[in-house]
Design a protein around this ligand. Structure first.
Ligand SMILES: Nc1ncnc2c1ncn2[C@@H]1O[C@H](COP(=O)(O)OP(=O)(O)OP(=O)(O)O)[C@@H](O)[C@H]1O
Ligand SMILES: [Mg+2]
Length: 473
């Protein structure tokens, strides 16, 4: 606000000052020109009378000039002594006014000056003559009286400039009033303006503060137009994301705790039976222990999956890229799953159109391919088939894993990549799933700049498609 007023005030003062100056100069210029023209004509006429020291002639010229010019006219000789005064008052006095001196001593032909003729003006060192006794200001115009190129005297004209000074003063006063008015208007406008501008921002500060205190549900009011509106919209979008992030986190923690608790509870029951039934049959005991062992495996794979996801979440994850072949990974994975597939009497067919050599994180892509193919094997019933195809499309490698299993219901399709999501909760846990496999697939594929999608006609198998940019490095 202060800076605003300072700038407005300064520019106004500058403008007013310049204007006043220009106007004053213009008025004076006009006046000087008019005075000088009239005076010079009479100086020529006075030359003869003054040259011949014709007292009557001198008086005559001075009187006529005074009457015609409407001013007080004095004729001075070359010593600056008054020879004639149209007011008949100052005869014989020597006048050393600067305008007289400049003609007699400095050789100027004409001069002009304005003097304050207030009787009580302390700056007045010599008695100044005036046109009217009531005048405060008088204009002194002089012209040299020349005979045969010698300056023999000075014709001095004294006139009122009060009117002109008065109008300049009035103008100045008006300017001051105008300035005060403009300043007041600027203060008011500034206050209103800053109110209008600052209110949404201070509102938003309040919203941010309550959000900082933990209330993620608050939203900024969207109003007005332009930047403030944009700010409110951006803030609300951010708040939405923050809120949903917070929800996801809470859900994740509660899901994770639930998943961890289940195997622990099972293990507790089995171990308690072992403790309280010391005479248990050796075969049954071994079975119990191997069940506990299985639960431990489940727990440890769950924990490592969780760690994997948390790592991929924090954006610090770096890809350890190396030269590798995606087709090679698919073959290795088929090899790893061959035994289970054989047990289920399933056939795994590979259609590898391209070796898809790329510069990528091998361990992570191994996990991607394994999770997809393991799902296909796991969810496809006995005697089913699994097809894996790999081809190059433009600059991308496209991997498709399809199976003859039950497929995924339409309303579950958007969720299969969510953490802990399982279509059939009971079925999933029986087969050891926790619902993290596909989330990991998506995280890793996204890290490589690719996409993972699913499509399925209910009852006709599932088709997972992964697209990865062929980054040759
Ligand atoms: N090929 C498939 N056919 C049918 N349903 C599938 C298939 N792949 C995934 N699903 C469904 O999607 C769900 C999520 O799969 P995801 O791999 O994320 O978890 P999971 O296999 O249950 O557990 P895990 O974390 O051990 O992989 C599965 O529980 C299953 O219901
Ligand atoms: Mg899985």
């Amino acid at each position: 606000m202060l800076a605003f007023f300072f700038i407005i005030g300064l520019s106004f003062l500058l403008m007013a000052g310049t204007l006043m100056n220009m106007l004053g100069n213009y008025l004076f210029d006009m006046r000087i020109r008019a005075d000088r023209a009239g005076l010079e004509k009479w100086a020529v006429q006075a030359a003869d009378s003054l040259g011949s020291m014709d007292a009557r002639g001198i008086d005559e010229v001075v009187r006529k000039a005074g009457a015609e010019l409407g001013s007080r006219v004095l004729l001075l000789d070359s010593d600056g002594k008054v020879q004639s005064d149209s007011y008949q008052q100052a005869m014989g006095r020597r006048l050393h006014y600067p305008e007289v001196v400049s003609i007699l001593v400095s050789g100027q032909t004409a001069d002009y000056g304005i003097h304050s003729v207030k009787p009580d003006n302390p700056a007045t060192r010599m008695p100044l003559l005036s046109f009217l006794p009531s005048d405060e200001w008088a204009g002194y115009a002089t012209a040299g009286v020349v005979q045969s190129s010698h300056v023999i005297g000075v014709l001095l004209m004294i006139s009122s400039v009060g009117e002109m000074m008065q109008s300049l003063m009035t103008l100045q006063n008006n300017m001051v009033l105008l300035f005060a008015g403009v300043a007041l208007a600027a203060v008011l406008a500034g206050m209103i303006f800053s109110q209008v501008l600052a209110r949404p921002i201070s509102d938003m500060t309040g919203v941010i503060q309550s959000m900082a205190k933990g209330d993620l549900g608050v939203r900024a009011k969207v109003r007005g137009s332009g930047e403030v509106r944009q700010l409110a919209l951006a803030f609300n979008t951010m708040s939405d994301q923050l809120e949903s992030l917070n929800q996801t986190r809470n859900q994740f923690v509660s899901n994770a705790s639930h998943e961890l608790k289940t195997p622990l509870a099972t293990m507790k029951i089995m171990i308690e039976s072992l403790i309280y039934q010391p005479e248990m049959d050796a075969g049954l005991r071994t079975e119990f222990l191997s069940d506990v062992n299985q639960e431990i495996d489940r727990l440890s794979s769950l924990v490592s999956d969780l760690l994997t996801l948390v790592h991929a979440d924090s954006h610090s994850t770096r890809l350890n890229r190396e030269r590798m072949s995606l087709a090679g990974i698919v073959k290795d994975t088929q090899h790893r799953l061959a035994m289970i597939a054989e047990q289920n009497e399933q056939t795994i067919t590979l259609q590898l159109a391209d070796s898809c050599d790329m510069y990528a994180d091998k361990a992570k892509l191994q996990q991607v391919v394994y999770n997809l193919m393991e799902n296909a094997v796991k969810y496809t019933p006995v005697k089913g088939w699994i097809k894996v195809s790999l081809q190059r499309v433009g600059r991308d490698a496209v991997l498709t894993v399809s199976d003859s299993g039950p497929g995924i219901p339409r309303d579950s399709l958007p969720h299969v990549f969510d953490r802990f999501y399982r279509v059939d909760k009971a079925r999933g846990r029986d087969s050891g799933g926790t619902g993290l496999g596909l989330s990991i697939v998506q995280q890793y594929v996204n890290l490589h700049g690719g996409t993972a999608r699913v499509s399925s006609e209910d009852g006709q198998g599932a088709v997972f498609t992964v697209t990865l940019p062929l980054n040759k490095g």
